[in-house]
Design a protein around this ligand. Structure first.
Ligand SMILES: Cc1ncc(COP(=O)(O)O)c(C=O)c1O
Length: 387
């Protein structure tokens, strides 16, 4: 009976053509990947700087494991907080310009820590409609603790200001992706900070797709806009995308970070990442900081793609980031185009509802510093022939 119910729903998902399948990679993440025995040019990862299979980082991971073993053995507050974790936190704080940072095992857990901890009973949360699922889940959790939640239309500052002005909540929290994960566009962070100051709100910025990619030295979206590490900002960054490893951080004022450490349940009640991961991330941070050449190549490849696709029937969304969504519209047409590209050994994922709005199915083209000009030319030539 229990399984019957699940099977019924699984059949419905299949009938709607929405069954998700995992492709098994028989190679490391990189510019080229082997899938089902076939070598494919990879436009499907978030490895924006091409660091996921960087030999220096892999070496730091191996050396870290040799020195520190495989696991941390406990949560940070029990006995799992080791020197490499402590060092990484300090390095992230220094790199982002905030007084303090806290590391997490994943970005999902980092996001789950912030909203419910800072905004509980009597608080109000104001969130962009297109925020990442992990931010939405964090908001739902805050709601169960008595926070009031409002979502404003994507990047609609006037609507947000109206909500803020009408709110009498004692604590306010604005939440936004910095680079939106399915659209690739940027949040207007300078105006959001002005509003946060005007209405005395916290501002949580999820920089999963900006960290390492945007701003001077890859410091992220705040640096891109020349914004300061203001005490009311909480900056979340993931370390499994441009940083090429895994994990995440939240950086902020000393008080805010201490509060998260004391009260953030998804920080407290989980085993600390293996220390070797922290060793690998320290190396990755250095490569990011010294990675101007990688970022220059990435930006050149993004510009090349946008130029070449300009003449096609299908349009790229306005995006200056490594996420370049090509809007197709209908689900079937999107899947068919992704499949046709796949037959040409080009891996570009089709993104369909509910991840994106109905009628806005798209190819999510991810560009990486690992791509060369010929790779982009190959993709664009195929898109020209197939659309
Ligand atoms: C905007 C955004 N925030 C958070 C996450 C979650 O990060 P992680 O994969 O480290 O859990 C992701 C992607 O996975 C993301 O795209």
């Amino acid at each position: 009976m229990l399984e019957q119910r699940l099977n019924k729903e699984l059949t419905e998902i299949a009938a709607a053509g929405l069954t998700r399948r995992r492709r098994i990679l028989e190679s490391p993440c990189g510019r080229m990947v082997t899938v089902d025995g076939k070598n494919m040019l990879n436009f499907a990862s978030n490895d924006y700087l091409g660091l996921a299979n960087n030999p220096e980082i892999a070496e730091a991971l191996a050396a870290g494991a040799k020195q520190w073993g495989a696991g941390s053995g406990a949560s940070h507050l029990v006995s799992g907080h080791q020197s490499p974790h402590e060092a990484l936190e300090r390095e992230i704080a220094e790199f982002t310009g905030f007084p303090r940072a806290l590391t997490f095992s994943t970005g999902y857990l980092a996001n789950l820590a912030v909203a419910p901890t800072l905004a509980g009973r009597g608080a109000a949360i104001f969130a962009d409609k297109l925020n990442h699922a992990s931010l939405i889940d964090a908001m739902q959790l805050a709601k169960t603790q008595g926070a009031e939640v409002q979502r404003y239309p994507h990047n609609d500052i006037a609507a947000l200001e109206k909500m803020l002005a009408a709110s009498s909540a004692s604590t306010k929290l604005i939440i936004t992706d910095a680079v939106f994960s399915m659209d690739g566009d940027l949040a207007p962070l300078p105006i959001l900070l002005v509003l946060a100051e005007r209405y005395d709100a916290w501002l949580l910025i999820d920089d999963a797709h900006g960290f390492g990619v945007l701003g001077q030295h890859g410091q992220g979206s705040l640096a891109h806009f020349n914004l300061p590490a203001a005490p009311r900002i909480l900056l979340m960054g993931t370390l499994g995308k441009a940083a090429g490893v895994g994990g995440a951080f939240v950086a902020g004022s000393s008080t805010a970070i201490e509060y998260l450490l004391q009260k953030g349940r998804s920080y407290i009640f989980t085993t600390a990442q293996p220390p070797a991961i922290a060793c690998a991330l320290s190396k990755s941070l250095r490569l990011i900081r010294d990675g101007d050449a990688l970022r220059a190549n990435l930006m050149a490849r993004i510009a090349q793609l946008r130029d070449a696709v300009a003449g096609l029937n299908l349009k790229l969304m306005p995006s200056a980031s490594a996420i370049q969504p090509l809007i197709v519209g209908e689900n079937e047409a999107t899947v068919a185009l992704a499949k046709a590209l796949g037959e040409r050994s080009l891996w570009v994922p089709a993104i369909r509802p509910p991840t994106v709005p109905k009628g806005m199915a798209r190819l999510r083209i991810s560009i990486s510093a690992a791509h060369n000009a010929a790779d982009i030319a190959t993709l664009c030539a195929s898109l020209k022939e197939l659309t």
